[in-house]
Write a protein that binds this ligand. Structure first.
Ligand code: S3P
Length: 173
């Protein structure tokens, strides 16, 4: 059976959009971790953060990583903060190749400037916040990845072609 393809990267880099297209193209099943958590909690992510705190969300995220570590044949879009927990990365790598979708803060800002669904970017100056958080997390994304794909400036369709080529070149697909 095929190993999972695990997409990591900052909020708004396109993990969900790219993951869905990649899965369709290569006949994998697609799982969006945030979507599973929202379904299980019966509320949106902003509400989970407000009512129970970030730690509760992170616990749900880790539990889901445990479950997914034994799955196969999936393209998994993770939440942008999954890399904050080393155990998550160990679990996701058990049966997965981890691909980092790297994009500049400006590229990300363009994708999420009108979005209200991300509690960690709920502030006036989103671009500055993106830059700060990205600086904090940069090495976690880089060290967590088996493969990095820099997609700054690409449309999601172009990014899918590019990522497919990279994965084929690495004999993952
Ligand atoms: C988070 C990213 C979000 C979501 C939550 C926390 C983060 O997912 O899991 O709001 O800490 O970066 P996306 O990367 O899909 O936006």
């Amino acid at each position: 059976m095929r190993k999972n393809i695990v997409l990591i990267g900052f909020m708004g880099c396109g993990k969900t959009t790219i993951g869905k297209k990649l899965a369709r193209r290569k006949d994998y099943e697609f799982v969006d971790m945030d979507e599973v958590i929202v379904e299980r909690a019966g509320m949106r992510i902003t509400e989970i953060f407000e009512k129970f705190g970030e730690a509760h969300f992170r616990k749900m995220e880790e539990d889901l990583c445990k479950e997914l570590s034994t799955a196969e044949g999936l393209v998994i879009a993770t939440g942008g903060g999954v890399i904050k927990n080393a155990e998550n990365m160990r679990l996701l790598k058990e049966n997965g190749t981890v691909l980092y979708i790297k994009a500049s803060p400006e590229h990300i800002y363009r994708n999420i400037k009108n979005d209200k669904s991300r509690p960690l970017l709920n502030c006036e100056d989103k671009l500055t916040r993106i830059k700060e958080l990205m600086a904090e997390r940069k090495s976690l994304y880089e060290n967590g990845a088996d493969i990095t794909a820099e997609i700054t400036g690409m449309t999601s369709s172009k990014a899918v072609w590019y990522i497919t080529d990279i994965l084929e070149g690495e004999n993952v697909l």
